[in-house]
Design a protein around this ligand. Structure first.
Ligand code: FAD
Length: 466
């Protein structure tokens, strides 16, 4: 039998634009491998809802791969050590090469180094592809070859490269002759316990959702994207997080559907592209400054900030009981759906750090444990931005007023009413600060006074600076 090519699926759970799958199938008969590692997922604080999405996607992908003749071996492991056990067993097959997409985080790099060594000892080739970003980390550099600390020049350089080189996506590979998977004594992956109908897992459905956004909604994206009551953003982040979609596919689709708009800097299409570039930026930052993965702030002086350790305040924030309606609605959206609108992520992150004076890492961790789109680089980048500890972060003295944010971005209170039913009957004018009229509503009193908290924040950062 010809030696097998193995595609090891991790953060690239798709058939289209999958370099590992594509290249493996060019080289010979291919099988796919997925190893569920719930113990490692837990160590990474991966939200149960994201774990279910991954399991559901693998079940679906098994069928999709069958249409191109590729059998998928989905194994139930535990932590990253179990990955080595699986590969040790797999070596009883005649394997020529293992192909996979890069993962940038530290533990994943360590896991890969061990697997690579094991394979090397048995003469099996290790082929890794770096296509998680539009342009691979390290390839968009300053004049002296370093990484940008500020987004705007990074974006300028990124766009220049994009207009010079374009963006290529790979086709779904052509079907190979049917291959029967040899049997192995390995536990079969447990199926998804339950899947939300909000997040379908079929590749065709998700590609259609993204196409629909690029064709229609993107036109209004710039004007409407900050209003959580409007369905104005693409809601593809969970799919980018598990690699059901690649960022290249999004950009290519945008090009096809909205080419005319892309060149206009203030268009919806250009604004959406900019958000996709933010995603690349944070991944590049993570690779350039690996200490970020060790929970270090990018701005060293902020290590000296004396954060509060008030767990009661933290619980109120987590549960959406702060007495600030927009903050509470946002946290309840996260707890109930596993997703939160970007404007609200900024508002609640600012509130945790600059109104409650709690360590941003508490919020970062809570987000990871709940988000269906949890992604280390974007989450860390977002939290360090809001806490003014990060690269190109908001200045520490810029402090969101949660009531003003509410009036501005949920003017009619529709979003608040959806997630804070206690306030369903409060008129729009009062809903942003309902306390004078909410006596019978059973809505919590405000846990802090924003004006006092703001002053304290300025002192905390100034103390740390000095
Ligand atoms: C505190 C905080 C934590 C965050 N945590 C995560 C996270 O764990 N995972 C995650 O994917 N995003 C995170 N974001 C970024 C952003 O909130 C989400 O990507 C966005 O809300 C997803 O919705 P969408 O797909 O409809 O986005 P759209 O507005 O349609 O944008 C399209 C895509 O661009 C990318 N993107 C958009 N905004 C950002 C951004 N600010 N930073 C990086 N990429 C961006 C995402 O991949 C998103 O799916 C965080 C932001 C903040 C402020």
């Amino acid at each position: 039998m010809t030696a097998l090519q193995v595609v090891w699926l991790r953060s690239d759970l798709r058939c289209y634009d999958n370099a590992a799958l594509f290249e493996a199938m060019q080289q010979g008969p291919t099988i796919a491998l997925f190893i569920a590692t719930p113990k490692s997922w837990q160590q990474h604080d991966m939200a149960p809802v994201k774990q279910q999405l991954i399991r559901g996607r693998i079940e679906q992908m098994t069928q999709e791969l069958t249409t191109i003749g590729v059998p998928l071996l989905a194994v139930e492991g535990s932590d990253y050590d179990s990955v080595l056990t699986v590969f040790t067993q797999l070596l009883s097959f005649n394997i020529a090469a293992v192909h996979c997409e890069v993962e940038y985080e530290q533990r994943e790099q360590q896991r890969d180094a061990k697997v690579q060594q094991l394979l090397g000892e048995h003469g099996v080739k290790w082929c890794r592809y770096d296509r998680l970003c539009g342009f691979a980390p390290g390839s968009i550099c300053t004049g002296d070859g370093g990484m940008y600390k500020v987004f705007t020049p990074f974006k300028r350089n990124w766009l220049q490269r994009y207009y010079q080189q374009g963006m290529t996506v790979l086709a779904k590979p052509k079907a190979q002759a049917e291959l029967i998977l040899p049997s192995l004594d390995l536990p079969v992956m447990q199926p998804a316990a339950e899947l939300s109908s909000d997040w379908p897992v079929a590749e065709a459905t998700v590609l259609e959702r993204m196409r629909d956004f690029c064709q229609h909604k993107v036109r209004h994206y710039k004007a409407e994207r900050d209003f959580p009551a409007i369905d104005a953003t693409s809601m593809i982040s969970p799919y980018l997080a598990i690699g059901l979609l690649s960022v290249r596919q999004c950009i290519k689709r945008l090009e096809l559907e909205a080419a005319g708009q892309l060149q206009q800097a203030d268009s919806g299409a250009a604004t959406w592209l900019s958000e996709l570039i933010w995603r690349d930026f944070y991944k590049h930052v993570l690779v350039a400054w690996p200490d970020l993965i060790k929970h270090q702030p990018f701005q060293p002086y902020t290590s000296a900030i004396r954060w509060s350790s008030d767990e009661a305040l933290f619980s109120a924030w987590c549960e959406g009981r702060t007495g600030y309606p927009l903050v509470d609605a946002a946290m309840r959206q996260l707890n109930q759906t596993g997703w939160m609108h970007n404007r609200l992520r900024m508002v609640v992150a600012s509130f945790l750090v600059k109104d409650l004076h709690l360590d941003w890492r508490w919020g970062e961790r809570y987000f990871m444990s709940r988000l269906i789109d949890g992604d280390f680089a974007a989450n860390n980048g977002g939290w360090q931005w809001a806490a003014s500890t990060g690269t190109d972060a908001v200045p520490y003295f810029r402090i969101f007023n949660p009531v003003t944010q509410s009036k501005r971005f949920d003017p009619d209170g529709d979003f608040i009413r959806k997630f804070v039913p206690e306030l369903a009957n409060v008129p729009a004018k009062q809903i942003h600060w309902p306390h004078p009229v909410a006596a019978g509503c059973h809505y919590p009193a405000a846990i802090v006074d924003h004006a006092i908290a703001r002053q304290r924040t300025l002192e905390l950062y100034q103390d740390a600076k000095s």
